[in-house]
Design a protein around this ligand. Structure first.
Ligand code: ZN
Length: 167
């Protein structure tokens, strides 16, 4: 298995709308394992396929829920079919290193997806898990968490990146 190179803010793949997986094949499993290796090597709690350059609707999560307990999950073609309430919490992103800020998200969601074997799943998520799913799902639509910040604040936070991109 392998740790894949991460795509960083400014890379066009992070702005593309990712394509649905038409089927889960034998090639899906090793890719999912590489995604987990990459996420865990970078101390991430979630990773979406575009972040490693694959414009596909696939994401992985390793979300700590309690001390010593972690929910590991692979979601393929995920959709939020219910969103209720809201809460504000801090987020960061492996593709926008060094930047953390508070983002408003739905506090309770219902998700429909396929798992890594291609089996349909539907479940409810709340709190930090709901936040992580919404953050990663945004990646599949070319949206980064910084897009959800107040424009002035975003501009200030991203000044270092925008400067590099202009060079
Ligand atoms: Zn992210």
């Amino acid at each position: 298995m392998a740790v894949l190179p991460l795509r960083i803010y400014g890379d066009p793949v992070l702005r593309a709308k990712a394509k649905p997986l038409l089927e889960v094949t034998d090639a899906t499993k090793p890719f999912v394992l590489d995604m987990f290796d990459t996420m865990l090597a970078e101390d991430g709690v979630g990773l979406a396929a575009p972040q490693v350059g694959a414009s596909q609707r696939l994401l992985v999560l390793a979300v700590p829920v309690k001390r010593h307990k972690r929910i590991d999950m692979t979601l393929i073609n995920p959709e939020v079919v219910r969103a209720e309430g809201w809460e504000v919490g801090e987020e960061g992103c492996l593709s926008v290193p060094g930047i953390y800020d508070e983002v408003k998200r739905a506090s309770s969601i219902t998700v429909k997806a396929l798992d890594e074997t291609g089996k349909p799943v539907e479940f409810d998520a709340e709190g930090y898990l709901a936040r992580a799913i919404q953050h990663e799902l945004d990646h599949l639509n070319g949206v980064l968490f910084v897009d959800r910040l107040d424009p002035k604040r975003r501009k200030r936070l991203l000044a270092q990146y925008d400067e590099k991109l202009r060079l």
